[in-house]
Design a protein around this ligand. Sequence first.
Ligand SMILES: [Zn+2]
Length: 129
Amino acid sequence: MDHLNYCPTCFELSLSLSSKGVIFVYINGLKLQNGHFLFNLEKQTRQELSQTILLKIEECLKWHAKLKNPRPIKDISIVSDDFICENNSSHLIGKKISVMEYFFEPDNYYRSIKLLCEKLSLPFSLEIS
Ligand SMILES: [Zn+2]
């Protein structure tokens, strides 16, 4: 994996995604009971996984669309705590870090989510971070 993240333990740009683990989807800071899935980069391409992520986001958005007066979709995070630090930092478990940039160009990611919200008639006010 070529993308590196800042390590929350040693504060260096030394963190890369593990080849296997779990990705969690949070919408407006909330995670649905089934808002996560296993990934395995030895068996799935990044392209395949980006599709899986969008399907999972759609599933979670559908749930939000069924709520009475759904709150506008402001924030969708895709995170994992399955990372490896080049400096061998420990205590990474439980520290969830965004995996968005491993699978999407930020512009494409927000455009895809906007389209999903429109398709489901969900109000949204996405903040691009
Ligand atoms: Zn580290």
